[in-house]
Write a protein that binds this ligand. Structure first.
Ligand SMILES: [Fe+2]
Length: 443
């Protein structure tokens, strides 16, 4: 087995396949699946050998990512230097290969026990007096979704204001703050206030400076399309609306306790374009007929992870997703309103239906989100003061989003993202829809 390992490790060329750019050693290892099967059947230690090979190949794959060095946007560099982010060991921080899970069961095990969660918006002042009185202006960007708060720094919020903001996000789905002077450390601290911060198993992170020991700022994920492209994500003008973050999606629905509030802070913003759109899951539910609402309530859908992992018992059978089942209509714990919870990016099927039925119904539900402009908001991130960034905070329990790639990578777009995981999704049959609760017409 050592010979095989050496052969795979020594190959550094790449080939273009239907899956994009694939190192030759990976193709070779897949071709030798038959050999692997032979060893597994015939040698006591073969499974251990295969496991070793899989880990070594995985290490090669991730270590290659560490060699990619892109020029940091000037505004990003200025923000990081101001707040003491150590860039001397390269950027971003990529978790070490030995810490990145290889098998599906390992990823499932990371967060499979309930972490207590209390929604900070639940007991907040419904009038949000503390938050609104401190702002220069609070403006709704559309009737049904999206509010911008002007003249307030996120880094200055009191706990009471953070609670009220959580409730505002739960009601308005997404809330924006321009002209923010926000450190990654403060962004992480805010995320921890609103829930258990998601630490992604393999996503690039902001390098840390905690205690001066280089400990990574776990939970501060780098969102940088240029880096994704350097890592092989193929995005161009023709497919720009269908891949990556451009595809309508909800973040992390494959988690045991999926994402609640996600806070993306962009510190490098294209001069024109690079907008993001959000759509309300409350409103998507209210768009359906009572008969279809009744059919969907109480049903569950299965969601898949974005990243692929391996089946421990059949590691060369191709990438496998982490799968998780959640209510298709869920109740938000702070507002008590029902929301549709499916998305084109991750939802696989509706439990209990024939595959063809599931496919047709899901396609229709996606179209309700995607075609109804009146329940969407499109936001341009530009700040009004040079050098300051813009934050969007949205609730993934009740929304989908999609980023426009119209700037085609010609200008830098970079940000840091912190996600607060929320409750185990639930459906309360006694809960109301948003329009029911607000006393609005159901027609
Ligand atoms: Fe996203």
């Amino acid at each position: 087995m050592h010979i095989f390992t050496h052969f795979f490790a020594s190959s550094s060329y790449t080939a273009f396949t239907s899956r994009g750019k694939v190192p030759h050693f990976l193709l070779a290892i897949e071709k030798t699946y038959v050999v692997g099967g032979f060893f597994r059947r015939n040698h006591e230690n073969a499974v251990d050998d295969l496991d070793k090979i899989v880990h070594e190949v995985n290490a090669l794959k991730f270590n290659a990512k560490k060699n990619i060095q892109l020029k940091l946007p000037d505004t990003t560099r200025a923000r990081f230097e101001k707040y003491g982010i150590d860039l001397s060991k390269g950027y971003p921080y990529i978790p070490s290969a030995e810490n990145i899970p290889v098998y599906v069961d390992e990823v499932e095990a990371i967060r499979s026990q309930e972490v207590p969660f209390t929604d900070r918006g639940k007991n907040a002042d419904p009038q949000k007096k503390s938050l609104f009185s401190a702002a220069k202006e609070v403006k709704d960007l559309t009737k049904h979704i999206g509010t911008e708060i002007v003249g307030l720094q996120l880094s200055d919020l009191t706990d009471q204001q953070k609670d009220e903001l959580a409730l505002l996000i739960a009601e308005r789905v997404v809330v924006f703050f321009r002209d923010q002077d926000l450190s990654p450390q403060k962004q992480l601290e805010l995320g921890k206030y609103w829930g258990n911060v998601e630490v992604h198993a393999q996503a690039p992170r902001v390098p840390g400076l905690k205690n001066g020991d280089g400990t990574p700022l776990n939970g501060t994920t780098v969102i940088w399309p240029d880096l994704a492209r350097a890592n092989g994500v193929k995005i161009n003008f023709k497919n720009g609306g269908k891949v990556g973050t451009a595809k309508w999606h909800t973040d992390l629905p494959h988690e045991f306790q999926p994402a609640g509030i996600t806070h993306l802070h962009l510190d490098a913003i294209p001069d024109v374009g690079g907008d993001t759109s959000w759509v309300s899951g409350y409103a998507a539910f209210d768009k359906l007929s009572p008969a279809l609402q009744k059919f969907l309530e109480g049903k569950e859908a299965v969601h898949a992870s974005l990243h692929n992992y391996l089946d421990r018992n059949d590691p060369f059978s191709g990438g496998k997703k982490v799968l998780r089942k959640h209510p298709l209509v869920r109740t938000h714990p702070a507002t008590g309103w029902k929301s549709l919870y499916v998305n084109r990016g991750h939802t696989q099927y509706i439990v209990g239906l024939e595959p063809e039925e599931s496919k047709i119904i899901l396609e229709f539900l996606y179209s309700v989100y995607e075609r109804n402009l009146d329940i969407q908001v499109r936001f341009n991130w530009k700040s009004s003061k040079p050098g300051l960034g813009t934050s969007a905070l949205w609730d993934n329990r009740i929304s989908q989003h999609s980023a426009s790639w119209d700037y085609e990578g010609k200008e830098p777009r970079h940000g840091t993202r912190v996600t607060s995981l929320a409750e185990i999704p639930f459906y309360d049959p006694n809960s109301k829809s948003q329009r029911q609760a607000l006393g609005l017409s159901l027609d």
